[in-house]
Design a protein around this ligand. Sequence first.
Ligand code: ZN
Length: 59
Amino acid sequence: MSERAAPFYCPYCGDEDLRPGEEGPGAWECGACNRGFRLKFLGLLARGVERPDTGGDRI
Ligand SMILES: [Zn+2]
């Protein structure tokens, strides 16, 4: 699961006319506003994965 993230909307103008960029993996180009940007996965966040119902064998 790397470099597979695909944006649905341009983060700058909100258009859906996105295509993979030519500058390597993670690069995208917007055909509406003519901007290029890069999408990068930073890793899983350490917080926010705790579940209050884990750690017990009830039932
Ligand atoms: Zn755009």
